[in-house]
Design a protein around this ligand. Structure first.
Ligand SMILES: *Cc1c(COP(=O)(O)O)cnc(C)c1O
Length: 236
């Protein structure tokens, strides 16, 4: 197959991201293997998303359920990919999303959690989820206030839905130091919730193209990288 300049650029970007993430992990005495890179493909079409998968990235994320369905249901799409949903999920889209999605990062209400639980139970299907925390306290941001998370975790007992951690975004326009403080607060919240509930919450989905280093410094186990992967490919 002839490689196009666009393909070459994406492969190069992917390798560079792998290296940058690995360096950030080592710098903070963490095992690079303990930080999973999730490619956020919401900016590009199905064909370009397939290039990312072929470059070796097995974890792909979309913000919109419909986009995730479209790509995951494309018969020509490479096999063996884990799909992640990182944006708002409406309850009427739970069923079709669960067919494809390995991990839902963006569970932002107990009603949504309940809808996922009902669907998983009726399909006798295991699902993993993260609770999305509002880490910055801004009105415009999505996510649960830290205070509500404890109650959800206390009440959560499910055979089908595994609650494995937290997801967060730094506030809009925060500088690296502020972002790092917000990520540290999310980790502390997780530590506190684990201790109080006795439930294991190993996963922290934190960090994007602009702040993955700060997130890794504070214990992120999944970084969600979009823009950085498509540098030189997207027109701006
Ligand atoms: C778009 C998006 C990302 C990726 O952000 P980049 O800055 O493009 O790397 C990560 N997480 C969420 C929730 C997003 O919506």
């Amino acid at each position: 197959m002839i490689e196009t300049p666009q393909q070459r650029r994406i492969v190069d970007n992917w390798r560079q991201v792998v290296q940058d993430v690995s360096e950030a992990a080592s710098k903070h005495d963490r095992d690079p293997e303990a930080v999973r890179i999730i490619a956020v493909t919401k900016y590009v079409d199905t064909e370009t998303t397939a290039i990312v998968a072929r470059a070796g990235c097995r974890d792909l994320a979309e913000s919109r359920p419909q986009q995730l369905w479209k790509k995951a249901e494309d018969p020509d799409f490479p096999e063996g990919v884990n799909w992640h949903l990182i944006g708002h999920l409406q309850r009427n889209k739970v069923r079709r999303t669960l067919r494809h999605c390995q991990l839902i990062h963006s569970v932002d209400s107990s009603r949504l959690l309940q809808a996922i639980e009902e669907q998983a139970r009726s399909g006798e299907q295991q699902v993993s989820i993260l609770l999305e925390v509002n880490a910055s306290g801004e009105d415009a941001k999505t996510g649960l206030p830290p205070g509500e998370i404890a109650a959800i975790i206390e009440q959560h007992r499910s055979e089908y839905v595994r609650l494995i951690g937290l997801m967060a975004m730094a506030g809009w326009g925060t500088n690296p130091e502020q972002a790092r403080q917000q990520f540290a607060a999310v980790r502390e919240l997780r530590d506190d919730l684990q201790q109080r509930s006795g439930m294991e919450l190993p996963e922290l989905s934190m960090g994007m193209s602009g702040d993955f280093r700060e997130a890794i410094a504070e214990g992120s186990t999944m970084v969600r990288i979009g823009t950085r992967l498509f540098e030189g490919v997207l027109s701006d």
